[in-house]
Design a protein around this ligand. Structure first.
Ligand code: SF4
Ligand code: SF4
Length: 103
């Protein structure tokens, strides 16, 4: 989530089940360590924050509250990629062609 299009959408932060957090992500953003919740699955390379009600706990009305230090998994999503459009499709929003990206 990075610009007006993302703020109007929020699809990849609102409507997901989990956020993957690795040790590297925690070094960059220590607040992620405090978000581990009961039932969180251990993975070989980190763990998952379970998003209660399918909304990431770091999502605010102004966008991602840890945007500059967000996890790698969040950084990997680019407007118009398959994860983005899957999220937008789930919300009934128009899909983005890669060429339309304003990033
Ligand atoms: S789903 Fe796409 S447009 Fe929506 S917030 Fe995520 S990256 Fe932005
Ligand atoms: S950490 Fe930020 S970018 Fe990642 S899912 Fe949560 S609100 Fe979205």
């Amino acid at each position: 989530m990075s610009d007006r299009t993302c703020l109007d959408c929020r699809g990849c932060c609102d409507g997901k089940w989990h956020v993957h957090v690795s040790p590297k992500d925690i070094l960059r953003e220590p607040a992620l360590a405090g978000m581990r919740q009961p039932g969180t699955r251990d993975l070989g390379d980190g763990y998952l924050i379970i998003a209660e009600n399918r909304i990431c706990p770091f999502l605010t009305w102004a966008g991602c509250s840890i945007y500059d230090t967000r996890p790698d998994g969040c950084r990997a999503v680019v407007q118009g990629d398959s994860t983005c459009n899957e999220s937008r499709g789930r919300l009934g929003l128009e899909l983005i062609q890669i060429g339309d990206s304003v990033l």
